[in-house]
Ligand binder design. Structure first.
Ligand SMILES: Cc1cc2nc3c(=O)[nH]c(=O)nc-3n(C[C@H](O)[C@H](O)[C@H](O)COP(=O)(O)OP(=O)(O)OC[C@H]3O[C@@H](n4cnc5c(N)ncnc54)[C@H](O)[C@@H]3O)c2cc1C
Length: 289
């Protein structure tokens, strides 16, 4: 299928891209990896008259630790995250997540910025970023601002990005020692979007008591969900298998799935319980190492 016609721009700097976004407003869309936007255009679900391709803007792709934060450039490809030694050694929850996104061809082009900016509750990074307590850097006509990840996803395909803003960076607090995280997803076949998935990140003190916990859920609501009741239940506790079971039940209660081709809502709630249990158990194991 061929997308409707559009005018194509390839700016070399962020200010140029922002100026184009301002000039063409609602009729313009940023093009990053194109792995969500182009299929939507082919299906006539999106009809931007102007595409602003940011792939030639230098300095938007990086993975580095700086000032107590993991900083990931908005244009960083999934494949780059997957190959990063820093991610593999210190952020296994991100590696778990990237590995179950689509397939290698898609991951070579798709960007983490696009995955978040698209606002699709079926995408995998949002739940993981909710669990990690990330902040989003949005750069627009009046400069850069940061948005807490829990304020970023507004509703289906809608985020807190304002017209004229580009997602330029994701910032994640570097987890202290005794931290661990993991992501578990069930998909109908390899490369599919999640039927459901759960991300969990834990930080323990030296007595094994939970200091900080984040739990995110994929594709079980109109937007990516943070399982706040389950988090509150675990915070301040020395966690064992029975508490993980209870927290996973709370996460399932917080899920708001709908019935569709991937299964009935009740089944998906049961799935959230099991996936949250597995994600929390693996996170606890990793935090203890
Ligand atoms: C076959 C297939 C399977 C897939 N399976 C999965 C999966 O299992 N899990 C998963 O998470 N994803 C999956 N995806 C989606 C893929 O990861 C997307 O590429 C990703 O969601 C969007 O990233 P992108 O860089 O391709 O963005 P694009 O498609 O270029 O853009 C997507 C949207 O975000 C906007 N945008 C992009 N970058 C920015 C930015 N920096 N600032 C502001 N707005 C921006 C665009 O204007 C557009 O509206 C799949 C895609 C395909 C084709």
């Amino acid at each position: 299928m061929i997308p409707p016609s559009f005018e194509y721009f390839r700016p070399n700097t962020i200010p140029e891209a922002i100026a184009l976004l301002q000039e063409y407003g609602d009729e313009a869309k940023i093009l990053s990896g194109g792995q969500s936007l182009i299929p939507m255009m082919k299906l006539r679900l999106a009809r931007p008259a102007y595409l602003i391709d940011i792939n030639c803007i230098a300095g938007l792709s990086y993975i580095k630790e700086e000032d107590g934060l993991l900083k990931v450039g908005g244009l960083t490809r999934e494949g780059e995250l997957e190959a990063s030694l820093l991610i593999a050694s210190k952020y296994p929850i991100i590696l778990d997540t990237v590995r179950v996104i689509a397939d290698p061809q898609v991951r070579n082009l798709a960007t983490v910025g696009g995955n978040l900016a698209h606002g699709d509750p079926a995408n995998d990074h949002p739940a993981t970023m909710l669990a990690l307590g990330a902040r989003i850097v949005a750069t627009g006509p009046s400069g850069a601002r940061t948005i807490a990840i829990e304020d970023f996803f507004l509703s289906l395909f809608s985020t807190a990005l304002q017209p004229g803003e580009i997602l330029t960076e994701i910032r994640i607090p570097i987890p202290p020692s005794h931290s661990g995280g993991s992501y578990f997803k069930l998909e109908r076949k390899v490369g599919d979007f999640a039927t459901a998935a759960a991300a969990a990140q834990l930080t323990l003190d030296d007595k094994g008591v939970v200091q900080n916990v984040g739990i995110g859920l994929t594709n079980v609501g109109p937007k990516p969900l943070k399982a706040e009741k389950a988090e509150t239940f675990l915070r301040g506790e020395k966690v064992d298998a029975a508490q993980i079971e209870q927290a996973a039940q709370l996460a399932a209660d917080e899920a708001r799935p709908s019935s569709d081709l991937r299964g009935p809502a009740e089944y998906k709630k049961g799935l959230v319980k099991e996936l949250a249990k597995r994600a929390l158990s693996r996170a606890l194991e990793r935090a203890g190492k």
